[in-house]
Design a protein around this ligand. Sequence first.
Ligand code: G6P
Length: 470
Amino acid sequence: MTTADFVVVANRLPVDRVVSADGEETWRTSPGGLVAALEPVMKQVDGAWVGWAGQADLELEPFTANDIRLIPIALSAQEVAEYYEGFANDTIWPLYHDVIAPPQYHREWWDAYVAVNRRFAEAAAAAAAENGTVWVHDYQLQLVPEMVRALRPDVTIGYFHHIPFPMHGLYAQLPWRDQVLRGLLGADVVGFQRAQDATYFLAAVRRRLKYEVKSTTVVVPGENGDRTVISKAFPISIETTPYLELAARPEVQARALEIRESLGNPKRILLGVDRLDYTKGIRHRIKAYGELLAEGRLNVEDVTLIQVASPSRERVDAYINLRDEIELAVSRINGDTDTMQHTAIRYLHQGYPRDEMVALYLAADVMLVTALRDGMNLVAKEYVASRIDNRGVLVLSEFTGAADELRQAVRVNPHDIEDLKDAIMTAVEMTPGEQGKRMRSLRRRVLEHDVLAWSSSFLEALSAARSSRP
Ligand code: G6P
């Protein structure tokens, strides 16, 4: 097998296999921020990507797509249920997002998580060239760094955590809390989104494993002497060029006008774009907006909320229930307030290609990002990058990683419905002058700290770690 100097390991491949009704096989870009962030990085190096094709019981040979060499990992239907839907998305995901939904702890799920992490680690160890680099991503694969190190002590290992890391009082619930910390500490560099996440991780390492922690460095004792691990924040970003280019295209701008037209030319369009996930605060947003309409502070003739909620993890109970709750709330508000010409909420349980997303961003006077907890939230950055006209207002939850950087957004605590209502009104009423002032500053930040700046800073830390190795 050919090896690669640079191996990315992530739960998902950058493309999912989809089979149409007539049996034709196509590949579609995978959902979520991780893939969006890494694809442009991979295009610049000669590397390989180890991941799952998004479907159970699919055995595939390595292949190349969009110039990236892909190494597929097969998961059985039971592994999808126990490792992916179970441990990753019904244990770790809710625990790490402040237990917004109750995490489930099942020993069989943990066993499946260990077994699947080992499969990923073995594939990565086999794919990496002598003294190469392996970059492991996200909460589905927290044991992989330690497993790769055991198999391949010669390689340099990075781990980046795309979601929050919880404070110790919550993290301590995890029955396998020590094993997970040791898994992560197999890496030379453990990166997080926010400084706060790194602080929580280092505190857990100090308290649980009693390792020495000095500022961003952990001393990990081992049979062959001590190793040092660096852990700090590397806030992720987006590839800005495609957004700038799409936003400048006449047909995309025409599409934005057409969207406004088709909603009856409201004075203000509000927009929410999320995976349908309980972390995103979609219910809070809809509640606040519904109250503003009911109280007459907003009028359905003047405003429309477009809510794009793309389908996600549809077999996990918490997601099934959330969908019911949101759809009930949307239809109640629409039923109470719609007229023949105007709708309060245009709800779309669908995903859209990037050009349509940019048209939506251009049509949106107000972008609502009201997550209850979010590692970063790249939608906020996509909106800002797309507003080449320096118009529009970003309402941004303080519980997102993006809030650390996007200081000129209208900040909001989404748990406080009155605060959320006031933030929406502030955004709806903001003068063009004030919008321009804030948007220019937001854009400066996003354009300077794009995804290549993110990956360069992580990879620099990794190469510094490599050269400091004995
Ligand atoms: C978030 C996670 C990613 C995940 C994505 C989509 O962005 O950080 O690791 O891939 O959501 O979720 P899914 O379960 O569909 O992969």
